[in-house]
Ligand binder design. Structure first.
Ligand code: MOS
Length: 694
């Protein structure tokens, strides 16, 4: 038998890279049809109240305008699981920017003009949009997101904290943040007869979109076909269906023609989710050697009146460090704001910002190097559950990062390094993200011509998922990559979970591996492939329940060097280094991009990204990429990414942990810790803006 180079772990370019760079890859709105219509959404201009009158006369006066849908004439939807999808179903306005009408016309321009010509009268009620820890509406939810219990109490925190010789007590705040993927939320929808709904949608998982639309339009799942072949980013905001799919499907139903709808960038902040703001009270009590005796992490966050959503920001404090006594809680207020949602590393990202900033402050209070403090608080079992870790190489990440970054030469004194009018500083923070996996189906089919078709409804949101799945398939088949034809991104393929929770590759890959491994064995029993081919299906429902006897998390260490201009207060990041331990890296090229992208987003969180709730209007003030500043090339230094090879047998057949989200975790703390080291100023409210340093 000839030995093939392993395809798994190989530096493989994206299979669709040519389509992407030549512009031939088609995204949801690119599927607009010559006979099709365009729609433009109309957002509510009040933050709470009711629509009292609708006047579409002026809008409909243009012959190019086919219809205007409002709650008065839109098709009635069946009850669904997601209340944010019940669009145009009632006169009630729950937040400003909620979609209250949809103009449909033969051109995009006409639809847009018609949308501005729709007249709606409202009766407003006073709105309540600002989060504070003393908001009267605050309550204790039963669970935070991800099924985490809202509260966990271990030991007697108050007593242990009171006795601790070193105490750190501070409040950290993160603002609302918006995902802003490059491709907006968009769909092209059409009906084939009364009972077949077809869509191209920009989503992180078309199986989910299919199921939700089937609910709302009272169809069977096989009566809804959703394709998400290419997706220009999502970062969580496309992890659940958004109102645009429902609106496009409604408009296509009413007009009997294909309809394309893309949200304008300015509309997205109100209807595609946001990372909820958090107010995080951290108290850490340690002995003089820096060993943590008591840890409290108490979260206050917001949701909308439409849906409970509780950012699980205290969850990482349950698993990260030794903490004999621990108190981790979540409180939430339901405000007249848009419904928050998933954004890259929900929970871990804001939670670890606060924990890792607090650890930096504790290190100073103990007179310890911040790396040494973390090493001293390394648990040998997961504190919250008592389970052993399947693998945990945080210390190795910290040490390898320290070596590569040149940490050993650091003068720990704040504001000690100066370069002209610049102050320089370095900071470190740890990162973590849980290993998650969901049941998945896949199919492998050997064709008579020698090629293997692999089918799974994975979604490639720009991560390189389709390429990595082809690598996994080839590896399991023990065939070269060019024998594999992978198909993803359509709900007619075997059902698969969303690209979310950094669980895509683990979930889809396990099913692909199982199907391909099964097919390889089946082929070994045949001297030749039958003319009709040979098919093996896989379902990983059972496997996905396994591994619960171990605590499974990925870890990393983030290092940052910043310069702060003493005249302007401007902070610029000079260097970023991330060292991660995330199981086996299946494709170094696409993996590096995931880490880099996450770290870049963390840099934005540290310095520039924030959405400001306007108290008067009840709306987010930043509604485009000029106002909501995501890092651009000029903001981003050369980011250095490394990883530690981990051989963890308790994960999945590929030995991989998730890599899509951990890159953002800890980055903001590394940067703000560096800002403190540079200036001696501790900013505990993100982002660090010039005015907070002057
Ligand atoms: Mo990610 S925020 O789990 O899509």
């Amino acid at each position: 038998m000839t030995t093939l180079p392993r395809t798994l772990g190989a530096d493989t370019a994206r299979l669709e890279s040519r389509e992407k760079v030549t512009g031939t890859a088609r995204y949801a709105a690119d599927h607009a049809r010559p006979d099709g219509l365009y729609a433009w959404a109309v957002p509510a201009t009040i933050a709470r109240g009711e629509i009292t009158a609708v006047d579409t006369g002026a809008a409909l006066a243009d012959p190019a305008v086919v219809t205007v849908l409002t709650h008065e004439n839109a098709p009635r939807l069946a009850e669904g699981d997601d209340p944010t999808l019940a669009v145009l179903q009632s006169r009630h306005v729950a937040h400003r920017g909620q979609i209250v009408a949809l103009a449909v016309a033969t051109s995009l321009e006409a639809a847009r003009a018609a949308a501005t010509a729709v007249r709606l009268d409202y009766s407003s009620e006073p709105h309540d949009v600002l989060l504070s820890t003393d908001h009267p509406g605050i309550y204790a939810p039963e669970t935070a997101n991800g099924g985490h219990p809202a509260d966990r109490l271990r030991g007697d925190f108050e007593a242990a904290y009171a006795e601790a010789p070193v105490q750190h007590d501070a409040v950290y705040e993160t603002p609302p943040l918006h995902n802003h993927p490059m491709e907006p939320h968009a769909a092209t929808a059409w009906w084939e007869g009364e009972r077949k709904l077809c869509l191209h949608d920009s989503s992180q998982g078309s199986s989910t979109v299919q199921q939700m639309l089937a609910q709302l339009f009272a169809l069977g799942p096989d009566q809804v076909l959703v394709t998400s072949e290419h997706v220009g980013g999502g970062f969580g905001s496309k992890g659940t269906p958004r109102p645009h799919v429902v609106l496009a499907a409604m408009a296509a139903r009413v007009t009997g023609r294909p309809v394309t709808l893309a949200f304008a960038r300015q509309q997205m902040p109100a209807v595609t989710g946001h990372r909820a703001p958090t107010i995080q009270h951290l108290r850490i009590g340690a002995d003089r050697d820096g060993r943590i005796q008591a840890l409290a992490h108490e979260i206050t966050t917001q949701s909308s009146t439409v849906q409970e959503f509780v950012e699980q920001a205290a969850a990482p404090s349950r698993t990260m460090y030794v903490s004999p006594a621990s108190r981790t809680t979540h409180r939430v207020a339901r405000l007249d704001v848009p419904t928050p949602s998933w954004m890259r590393a929900p929970g871990e990202c804001p939670g670890m910002y606060a924990l890792e900033a607090a650890m930096d402050e504790l290190a100073l209070a103990c007179g310890l190097d911040p790396i040494e403090l973390r090493v001293r608080n390394e648990p040998d079992r997961e504190p919250d559950s008592g389970r052993p870790y399947s693998s945990r190489h945080l210390v190795e990440c910290l040490r390898e990062g320290a070596r590569r970054f040149g940490w050993q030469d650091r003068d720990p004194r704040p504001a000690a390094r100066r370069d002209g009018r610049l102050l320089l500083g370095t900071g470190v923070a740890a990162s973590t993200y849980p290993v998650m996996v969901a049941p998945c189906h896949a199919e492998a089919h050997a064709r008579a011509d020698g090629l293997i078709d692999v089918r799974v409804n994975a979604t490639d949101i720009g991560t390189g998922a389709r390429t990595v799945l082809a690598q996994i398939a080839a590896d399991a088949l023990r065939l070269p990559m060019d024998r594999v034809r992978i198909r993803v991104g359509c709900s007619e393929l075997p059902e698969a979970p969303v690209a979310g929770g950094s669980a895509g590759t683990s979930s889809w890959g396990s099913a692909v591996h199982k199907a391909c491994d099964g097919l390889r064995r089946a082929l070994e029993e045949h001297s030749e492939v039958p003319a009709t081919g040979l098919t093996v299906g896989a379902d990983t429902t059972e496997e996905s329940k396994g591994g619960k006897e171990y605590a499974r998390h990925a870890y990393g260490a983030q290092f940052a060097e910043v310069q702060v201009d003493t005249a302007t207060g401007e902070t610029r990041v000079r260097r970023l280094l991330g060292v991660f331990a995330a199981g086996r890296i299946l494709n170094p090229r696409t993996a590096r991009s995931q880490f880099l992208g996450g770290m870049t987003m963390g840099l934005g969180m540290a310095l520039t990204e924030h959405s400001t709730m306007d108290r008067e209007f009840g709306d987010y003030a930043e509604r485009d990429l000029a106002m909501y500043h995501v890092p651009v090339c000029a903001d981003v230094p050369d980011i250095d990414v490394h990883w530690i090879e981990e051989d963890d047998p308790h994960l999945n057949p590929m030995g991989s942990k998730g890599i899509g989200e951990i890159g953002i975790v800890g980055t903001a703390a590394a940067v703000t810790n560096a800002v403190h080291h540079a200036t001696g100023v501790r900013v505990r409210s993100l982002p660090v803006t010039p005015d907070s340093l002057l």
